[in-house]
Design a protein around this ligand. Structure first.
Ligand code: AMP
Length: 293
């Protein structure tokens, strides 16, 4: 009988800035390219798609796992945010153990005792949608992403269209600060029932999990209506649909210009538009969006 040989693949998980800095220096000295995938952990298939893309385009993928306190305006949401680093590492190993580096710093290491945000001017992108409902959110996002860009020095960075406003804001950050990184937007990864994958889905009750695909279903109907109806009429229709649903509470629905994120007044043929929804399923806040044209 042969003893089974078990290979345990290891993966580098850096917690300290000085250690990841050394690793990055060595990768860059070897002439290799780095793709960064910033995440807050509790990884799912949607995150993995970004990691896979980062590995297709680059020699190494750095996946940051950090629940950034400065982008939360709700302390309960921050406290309840799932933290599952061991599982995250195991999941990443199923993609590729050799070329993925995990950067999971502590709040102390990142903020050095002062967890406060820088203030950013994102040319108004920060005042729409999430900016209205999550106070200071995009200053927190800008602060942490800029810091990760400085530490990880990626050639490319990958963000999901799931957080479309965030993606546009990061593009603006890179443009305004002339940061030497290419921002790549990645399509929204969904469950087969249409629900956009999200770390927050793990906090849904079975009842809310069952009703949550209604969000995407409504967005798809809004897209069909966009061919013939005004943005106001569509908004009215969506609001009525949600009123009839006892389990989901609409926070906002918006049809917006995909580049400025301003609400659309009159449609123009050569512009791109998207529809956005934020809704509560019990205590869990879900967001989703769809390209309309
Ligand atoms: P998070 O951990 O929620 O901060 O997400 C980290 C990155 O993964 C962000 O760029 C998200 O937009 C992206 N992401 C999260 N969920 C999805 C999804 N279902 N499809 C595509 N990208 C996603």
């Amino acid at each position: 009988m042969f003893a089974a040989v078990i290979f345990y693949s290891i993966m580098f998980v850096y917690k300290k800035k000085e250690n990841i800095t050394k690793a990055i220096k060595s990768i860059r000295e070897d002439g290799l390219t780095i793709g960064l995938v910033p995440t807050m952990g509790a990884l799912h298939e949607g995150h993995l798609q970004l990691v896979i893309k980062a590995l297709q385009d680059n020699d190494k993928a750095v996946v940051s796992v950090f629940v950034n306190p400065t982008q939360f305006d709700n302390s309960e949401d921050l406290e309840k945010y799932p933290r599952t680093l061991e599982n995250d590492v195991d999941l990443l190993k199923t993609v590729n153990a050799d070329d993925i580096i995990v950067y999971a710093p502590t709040v102390e290491d990142i903020y050095e005792g002062k967890a406060v945000s820088e203030s950013f001017d994102f040319d108004g992108l920060e005042f729409e949608m999430e900016g209205k409902f999550r106070h200071g959110h995009f200053d927190g996002v800008g602060t942490i992403v800029k810091r990760f860009f400085e530490i990880v020095k990626p050639h490319k960075a990958y963000f999901g269209e799931k957080d479309f406003q965030q993606l546009q804001i990061i593009r603006k950050l890179v443009e305004k600060y002339e940061l030497p990184v290419e921002v790549i937007g990645c399509k929204i990864h969904r469950e087969t029932n249409g629900l956009a994958m999200s770390s927050r889905n793990t906090r849904l009750t079975p009842e809310h999990l069952n009703v949550a695909p209604f969000i995407y279903k409504t967005l798809k109907s809004a897209k069909v209506k966009f061919g013939t109806k005004s943005a106001n009429k569509i908004a009215e229709w969506v609001e009525n649909q949600f009123k009839k649903n006892n389990l989901l509470k609409l926070e906002y629905f918006l049809v917006a210009d995909a580049s400025t994120l301003k609400p659309v007044k009159r449609k123009s043929k050569n512009k791109k538009y998207r529809a956005f929804i934020a809704a509560y399923a019990g205590e869990v806040r879900l967001i989703d969006n769809i390209a309309l044209n």
